[in-house]
Structures are given as structure tokens and as C-alpha cells.
Design a protein around this ligand. Structure first.
Ligand code: CP
Length: 342
């Protein structure tokens, strides 16, 4: 079987033109509520190392809307536990290596989606996308990133689609997006915030990242985003005072993520995330500093920790619309990878 040379693994490998074409297709799919049998007989394998509600169901529904079926693989929960380490002596609790598993799945499936979160223990493994890249190496069919260590490109695309719907796709450069860090009891990966920043910058929005100094995400990614923003002519602003960042915002995107300190000093990281910066919860008073901003969050969200009930239940909240858009962008991605027509 020939190796697939097109994957939806990272937004970085797709041009602005290609991504906006996907968004235009997604808009059309949404407006027409498209359902057909153009992918009848195809099977989408969905390999989940971590839990999911939206990603799992929206991909199952997307495949069904084209007449395709899905096969869900949850290692250790009805399928074998999977080893990911290269050269591992597999005398522990892992039954099968991804090297065999992914090659076998490639013989059954027409594309493979994979969710493999960051370890938050090994920075080099996370930043090198160790698991995702092995899966791409072993797969003979297109691979779709369902949230890897450092990126959630399907979420980024749904967010970009939502920015266009909320602000109008012609004049995004006139609008300010604030991605604000929020407290959380669990250390969460940086994949979503990194994809939000990439989507916001590439959409042409005025992007401000609001977070405490210790929460500034991966240096490697921030370096690329600064370059990307400067090329686009709208520098990326980093603001450590949340109230100052929120002033004049048109869209406020709240999200928690773990500080990079999680790799070296997890106890300090937890202290910062749960106590020192506990007052970063987004509430109605903070939203009143904005330009009557719309609210976004990727979900799942911890009510009254990340953001208050007041903000989530207000008419300005767009997080459900945003979640719906996952379905439409993923249908557009399947159409592209499988060369489907309307
Ligand atoms: N936003 C998102 O990816 O949701 P799930 O984790 O539920 O898939």
C-alpha cells in the first residue's frame, strides 16, 4: 500500500489558502446541512489514548454524514494496551507496540485519527510530537490529529470558523481576540492554547495573550507565533495584567493550561495554577471591561473555576456554536483527505 502524503496533523503544514478553502467548504457544509454517500464503504479509525466527548462524537457524525463508518480504538479499554517507546523491552503492562498496531489499522481503515495528549513529564518527547510522528511514520493512510502533545488543529479550525462567524470574515483585522489563561485543578496540555493562537494570528485578528509570566506557553511555539504575527503586520501582544488585556476585546477565549514548570517543579506549578493565580477566573465584572466581547471556550469547562456561570450562560457566549463547528470543519477535512465531492 502506498504511503499517504497528506495528513491533517498540524496547521503548520497547510497554507493559509488551503485552510481558508477548508473553512469555506465548512461554511457551505453547515449552510446546506450536507449529507450524502460519497464516502460509502470507507472506514475512519479513531485511536483515543485520552478521553473525549466532542472530538469522538463529531468525527463519528461527520463520517456518518458521508456514508462512512468509524472504528473506535481505546487502548486498554476493550483493545490492547499500546507501547509507544522506541526500543522498549515490553515486559511490563503494555501488550502491543504502536508500530504493529498502526500498520495493521492502515490495512483496515481509510484514515486514522489519533488523540495522544502531552505527557507533561518529558518536554522533549512532547515538543517533538513523539507519538503523533511515530503514527504518521507507520501509517499508510491519512492521519488526522485529534489533539496531540502540542496541537489541536481540528479545534483551531473550528475556532477560526467561529471567529469568522462572530466578527465577519472580511474584517477580522479590526477585531481583538484575547486568549486568557484560567486556573484549574488539573495540569492541562498546551495544545489548545497553541492552536488558538495560531488560528487567531492566521485569521488576521489582533491577538493578545493574557497570562501570568510563568504560564507563557512553549518558547519554541511562541517564537514561531511572534514571527507569524510580525509577517502579518499585527504583533502578538503578551499581557500579564488580565484587566488590561481585556480592555477593548471583541472575543475573549478562556482556557487553562499548565505552566512549563510542570516538567521541572510540578508542586510549584500546581501551587501557581490553583492558588497563586486563582483570581484569574473569568467573570462578568471582567467581561464588562471588554467591547461587549463574545465568549469562547473549547470545552469541557470547569464552571466557576475557569469561568463563572454568569459568563457561560450569557447571550454573548459562543462556546456551543464553537463546538458545533467542530463537526463542519471535520467534514471539510474528510472531504479533502478522501477527495469527496458534494
Ligand atoms: N474540545 C475538545 O476537543 O473536546 P473533547 O476533549 O471532548 O473531544
Amino acid at each position: 500500500m502506498a504511503k499517504a502524503n497528506v495528513h491533517f496533523d498540524t496547521m503548520k503544514n497547510w497554507s493559509d489558502e488551503d485552510l481558508t478553502a477548508l473553512l469555506d467548504t465548512a461554511d457551505l457544509l453547515k449552510s446546506k446541512n450536507t449529507r450524502n454517500t460519497s464516502a460509502f464503504g470507507k472506514v475512519l479509525g479513531l485511536l483515543f489514548f485520552n478521553p473525549s466527548l466532542r472530538t469522538r462524537v463529531s468525527f463519528e457524525v461527520a463520517a456518518a454524514h458521508f456514508g462512512a463508518t468509524t472504528s473506535i480504538i481505546s487502548p486498554g479499554q476493550g483493545s490492547w494496551t499500546l507501547e509507544t517507546r522506541t526500543g522498549a523491552v515490553m515486559d511490563g503492562n503494555k501488550t502491543e507496540h504502536i508500530k504493529e498496531a498502526v500498520q495493521v489499522l492502515s490495512r483496515y481503515c481509510d484514515a486514522i485519527g489519533v488523540r495522544a495528549f502531552s505527557t507533561l513529564r518529558d518536554r522533549d518527547a512532547d515538543e517533538s510530537e513523539f507519538i503523533l510522528n511515530q503514527i504518521i511514520q507507520y501509517a499508510d493512510v491519512p492521519v488526522i490529529n485529534l489533539e496531540s502533545a502540542m496541537e489541536h488543529p481540528c479545534q483551531g479550525m473550528a475556532d477560526w470558523m467561529t471567529f469568522r462567524q462572530l466578527m465577519g470574515k472580511q474584517n477580522l483585522k479590526e477585531h481583538k481576540l484575547v486568549l486568557t489563561w484560567a486556573p484549574h485543578p488539573s495540569a492541562l496540555p498546551q495544545a489548545v492554547p497553541l492552536s488558538v493562537l495560531e488560528a487567531g494570528i492566521r485569521a488576521g485578528l489582533q491577538v493578545t495573550l493574557a497570562c501570568p509570566e510563568e504560564m507563557i506557553p512553549s518558547t519554541q511555539y511562541m517564537h514561531r507565533f511572534n514571527q507569524l504575527a510580525n509577517i502579518g503586520g499585527i504583533p502578538l501582544i503578551i499581557e500579564k495584567k488580565q484587566s488590561k488585556a481585556l480592555s477593548g476585546a471583541d472575543i475573549v477565549y478562556a482556557k487553562s493550561w499548565a505552566s512549563g514548570l510542570v516538567y521541572e517543579n510540578p508542586l510549584l506549578e500546581k501551587q501557581l495554577r490553583t492558588k497563586t493565580y486563582r483570581n484569574w477566573t473569568l467573570d462578568g465584572e471582567k467581561m464588562s471591561l471588554t467591547n461587549q466581547a463574545r465568549f469562547m471556550h473549547c470545552l469541557p469547562v470547569r464552571r466557576n473555576v475557569v469561568v463563572t456561570d454568569h459568563v457561560l450562560d450569557a447571550a454573548s457566549a459562543a462556546h456551543i456554536q464553537q463546538a458545533e463547528n467542530r463537526l463542519h470543519v471535520q467534514k471539510a477535512i474528510l472531504m479533502k483527505l478522501w477527495n469527496l465531492s458534494f
